[in-house]
Ligand binder design. Structure first.
Ligand code: AHR
Length: 496
């Protein structure tokens, strides 16, 4: 089968904001404890931080990490997480039915972030707390000295302010499962006031208001409209979250989930611009897709977990090959919307619905690690408007193209990178793309991730069962890139 991809060097979508390759660590399961922090482990450094996961996170070049929640944050008291560890309280975390010891807290996270070369995206609790605590936590983090809380931070070992620039105003406040769940109007008011408070104290910060937890929420779109009506002047980004699963074992439908993601993004953009028009505002609200991934494999096991224990194996999805294909398509979807999606967080980063898993004997890469790695390391530059002429198939999300693709030009590095997923389970696709505007460019590499078995996984014992290879499926001939994308495959074709 055949597909044609068309680009024009001068028809750009946008420069990619590197924050689109961000991720997320929540106090949940073994994300923090045993994931990034495990004193006594042979992989731990002098601060108890796991160096093996830090190495993998550096390989991924993760720019920002959202922290500390997630649902967890809506019952969290940030003050519990600072000061001498022996005096920090153990608390119940009602969101996940576990006990949080607070052994790893704000200072430990900032220290870890520095070592992992990531920047913080800090979530405040707007569920069970409010404006006053927002005021306190930013004073603690961002004021240099001379006030009670900034001096407390210095006493606790951080002479210099943390300087956190990106703040999430609560988490999934539209969800009835959220502690302190609110109506859109209630949340919009508190988000506005909390955001105003953060900006009074540090005008250089940016704020992300909660959008919908997914596009199937009954309040979807009217939630965004109302929240933005109330908080337009303080909000910089509105959040989107979504997780997909293949519960019916229908792979074509599952792989078509990126169509839903695409429509979700377009609808949120439209809603932001509607409120902009109503307000006669010049300000544009951009999007922070700060939770996205596949999540369903662990759902059943999690219903059997014992309550009120410390960091159990929770939300530990073991990802298979078809999950990697969808993650690749979701990355393509985010990049195709790079004009409005400025931040996105693969949820999450270690052990909990994550590309990286750990045990006492090491850390290994799940299947989804690879598309994330390739996009983050090779997807920086300028997104070109990428038209894909290809057959579509019917799915529960509407018509889905068999091939998803996006092209990134990096003028500095003089590279042109095509990311493409072939969702056809049986047929290869021969793809052509006119590259005469990129005179002299030749194929540097074609990286391919494919597998006969859609359900193949990586495990501690077989960590390289699903791994990318270099192939010779691409060439430039007479100004045309000609590539063969094998059936069911993730492809990175890099020209230079
Ligand atoms: O990432 C897991 C959970 O999914 C987060 O805590 C929550 O925000 C979402 O529902």
């Amino acid at each position: 089968k055949q597909a044609r991809i068309s680009i024009d060097r001068e028809v750009e979508v946008s420069r990619v904001d590197e924050r689109i390759f961000s991720s997320f660590i929540e106090h949940l399961g073994r994300a923090v404890y045993e994931g990034i922090y495990q004193p006594g482990s042979k992989f731990a450094d002098e601060d108890g931080l796991r160096t093996d996961t830090i190495d993998l996170i550096k390989e991924l070049k993760v720019p920002y990490v959202r922290y500390p929640g997630g649902n967890f944050v809506s019952g969290f008291k940030w003050e519990d997480s600072v000061g001498p560890v022996s005096q920090r309280p153990h608390r119940i975390d009602p969101a996940w039915g576990v006990i949080e010891t607070n052994e790893f807290g704000l200072h430990e996270f900032m220290n870890w972030a520095k070592k992992a070369d990531v920047k913080p995206m800090y979530t405040i609790n707007l569920g069970t707390r409010g404006v006053s605590e927002a005021k306190d936590v930013i004073e603690y983090c961002n004021i240099k000295s001379g006030t009670y809380l900034s001096d407390l931070r210095r006493k606790n070992g951080a002479e210099e302010p943390f300087g956190i620039k990106l703040w999430c105003l609560g988490n999934e406040m539209d969800g009835p499962w959220q502690m302190g769940h609110k109506t859109a109007r209630e949340y919009g008011r508190i988000a506005h006031e909390a955001g105003r408070m953060l900006k009074f104290i540090d005008p250089s910060v940016e704020c992300v208001a909660c959008g919908s937890s997914n596009s199937s929420m009954p309040t979807f779109a009217s939630w965004e409209r109302t929240v933005l009506e109330e908080s337009y002047d303080t909000t910089d980004y509105i959040s989107l979250h979504t997780y997909y699963g293949n519960r019916d074992n229908n792979t074509p439908d599952f792989l078509a989930s990126s169509v839903d993601m695409d429509q979700f993004i377009s609808s949120v953009v439209a809603t932001c611009d509607y409120v902009k028009a109503v307000k006669r505002s010049n300000k544009k609200i951009n999007l922070s897709f700060d939770e996205w991934n596949v999540w369903y494999h662990s759902n059943e096991a999690d219903t059997k977990l014992e309550k009120w224990v410390q960091h159990p194996h929770q939300l530990e999805d073991i990802y298979n090959f078809e999950d990697a294909l969808l993650v690749g398509s979701m990355l393509i979807t985010l990049l195709r919307h790079a004009d409005r999606v400025k931040i996105a967080c693969l949820a999450q980063l270690v052990n909990v619905i994550a590309p990286i898993m750990t045990s006492d004997t090491g850390a290994w890469k799940q299947t989804i690690f690879y598309p994330y790695l390739h996009a983050s390391t090779m997807g920086r530059g300028t997104v070109l408007n990428t038209a894909v002429k290809v057959d579509t198939y019917e799915s529960k999300h509407g018509d889905a193209p068999f091939v998803d693709a996006v092209v990134i030009a990096d003028e500095g590095q003089e590279t042109l990178t095509l990311f493409a997923v072939n969702k056809d389970l049986k047929s290869d696709y021969s793809v052509t793309m006119d590259v005469r505007q990129f005179e002299g460019y030749q194929v540097q590499e074609h990286i391919l991730l494919t597998n006969e078995d859609l359900k193949a996984v990586n495990t501690e014992e077989k960590p390289d069962n699903v791994a990318p290879v270099f192939c010779q499926n691409s060439k430039v001939e007479d100004g045309t890139l000609k590539s063969v994308l094998p059936a069911r495959s993730w492809n990175v074709v890099r020209l230079k």
